[in-house]
Design a protein around this ligand. Sequence first.
Ligand code: PXG
Length: 294
Amino acid sequence: MTQEKQTEKKVWIDGKLFNIEDAKVSVFDHGLLYGDGVFEGIRSYSGRIFEFQAHIDRLYTSARVIRLEIPMTPESLKDAVKLTCKTNGIVDGYIRLVVTRGVGSLGISPFGCKTASVIIIADSIKLYPQELYEKGMKVISASTIRNHPQAIPPQVKSLNYLNNVLAKIEAIDSNVLEAIMYNSQGYVAEATGDNVFIIKNGTIYTPPIQAGALDGITRAVIMKIARENGIEAIEKNLTRFDLYTADEFFLTGTGAEVIGIIDMDGRKIGSGQPGPITLMLREKFFKYAHNSGE
Ligand code: PXG
């Protein structure tokens, strides 16, 4: 057997590990038919799973809101994630946890679906090219808005990402890689898979979750690190004016980590380079990430 064969990638589905080519779900799964399900994206740093409990808690919270019962305890799910990481030799990597409504008949009602399916993929992710982490990234304003709070709440990390997909397409059509999404009132909500931060006169501002953002786990870590370093971090409704006129601007997320924004809608942000507070927070974030986790 070759070395490669021994480290062949496996995907965990409902209690079993499958080779990639056999890791499949039914066409009658309501996750596919209706986008009915929830997910999490988690990173592993230096062989430890970053903010593991926070991600597990958010998954179960998202599931509760859509009345989806995850057919295993949080503890057994964590064990399954650890097993999948170990099996795939993950040290610095990315874990995608997906819970679908499961197999049912055609028709929207979820109540004919017997049990939810749980899928764990342990792989790697690179959201943006390395060069943009050093030089900073350009963004545009998306015309596609985040969901109205009386639709599926934006705090639910659901399998319906089409608003975000459309905003991402707008970005790519404009020759940039990320778009800022607004809410139905015109306030800044977040990017397509990242939370928004600006710095003005030495203070950090980020939109409140109620503005239509996911309650980002990286966001919470960054606010904690900022405060520990004597920087005030305030949740406040922001408009595009606030972003255009920020001294510094950055995005955070499990995929994105921390990335400086240097241009928005053709306006140069700050000095046109990732700012000093952004760079300091980024460095402290990685230090923390590689020295925590479980
Ligand atoms: N907002 C949205 C809509 C997200 O999907 C974040 C904010 C950041 O939250 P966390 O908890 O990760 O700090 C996310 C997370 C991908 C990818 O494949 C997307 C995310 C995370 C990991 C990978 O594009 N989004």
